[in-house]
Write a protein that binds this ligand. Structure first.
Ligand code: HPA
Length: 275
């Protein structure tokens, strides 16, 4: 990680040149969940290709741009589309934008993803507020010589998801009557979905939702000292004894519905964050 700082600074400089306001919140919008960005009062939009050292998104359902602006009274930086391990990037590449958000002044990271629901009490398009996670990816974004300027060698993981933000999110969901659970997210490398035996195993491990992202970004956020709030949208039900083949078009349709719910919930949560 020692070589990272100059790259982070260069990317941050480019973004700061497009928007001079200091962001407080970084937002990562997952597969099919980009709708929220319409609510942002945009000051600048940067395609990832215009930001030095940002990888390029290869997923068609992701836009691949960074939106700088205001949402619910706070300055935010929103990623429309993220980078995934299964696309072939290293986890250092996948998590590079989180480093840049921190460099620009962000204190909070809000992450969202489309995920498979393994908890039988969940329904399609429900939201799960992430309370904890399990990392089943075969790599770690912090592997390598540590740069103490970026964070500690052995970052603590006893509470990577901020309890106060989670409490605010729960209260907001209740008030808005958005169907939302609290649970454990497990990250797998993908790109294939899981077998029935794998879903059984992941559920037995204690996970409620499974997806191919988020955990690397949260590990880096914890390393960088960012407060994290995470949301999964249940896009397919992963019940081993009633498993059906998934279709990306169906996942995206359900993500759109869940995305509408998130588009109500997230601004409400942001408006409750003390300035
Ligand atoms: N497994 C892994 N990732 C996913 C799934 C799933 O069932 N659904 C959406 N992303």
């Amino acid at each position: 990680m020692l070589h990272l700082m100059p790259k982070i600074e260069e990317a941050a400089k480019t973004i700061a040149a497009a928007d001079s306001e200091k962001p407080r919140i970084g937002l990562i919008l997952g597969t099919g969940l980009g709708g929220l960005s319409e609510q942002i009062e945009q000051r600048a939009v940067l395609p990832y290709g215009d930001i030095p050292h940002f990888p390029k998104s290869t997923v068609e359902s992701h836009k691949g741009q960074l939106v700088c602006g205001e949402l619910a009274g706070q300055n935010i930086l929103a990623m429309e589309g993220r980078f995934h391990y299964y696309e072939g990037y290293s986890l250092q590449d996948v998590t590079f934008p989180v480093r840049v958000m921190k460099q620009l002044g962000c204190e909070i990271l809000i992450v969202t993803n489309a995920a498979g629901g393994m908890n039988p009490q969940y329904s399609l398009a429900d939201i799960m507020m992430i309370e904890d996670h399990i990392n089943m990816m075969p790599e770690n974004p912090l592997r390598g010589v540590n740069d103490d300027k970026l964070g500690p060698r052995f970052p603590d993981m006893c509470a990577p998801y901020d309890k106060e933000l989670l409490t605010k999110a729960k209260a907001a969901a209740l008030e808005l009557q958005v169907p939302a659970h609290t649970g454990v997210f497990v990250a797998v490398p993908g790109p294939n979905l899981e077998t029935r035996a794998e879903y059984r195993m992941l559920k037995a491990f204690g996970a409620d939702c499974v997806g191919m992202s988020t955990v690397p970004e949260v590990i880096v956020a914890a390393h960088a000292g960012l407060r994290v709030l995470g949301f999964s949208v249940v896009t397919d039900m992963c019940l081993p004894d009633a498993l059906e083949p998934v279709e990306l078009s169906k996942i995206l349709a359900v993500a759109a519905k869940g995305g509408e719910r998130l588009a109500k919930l997230i601004p409400e949560v942001i408006s409750r964050i003390d300035s």
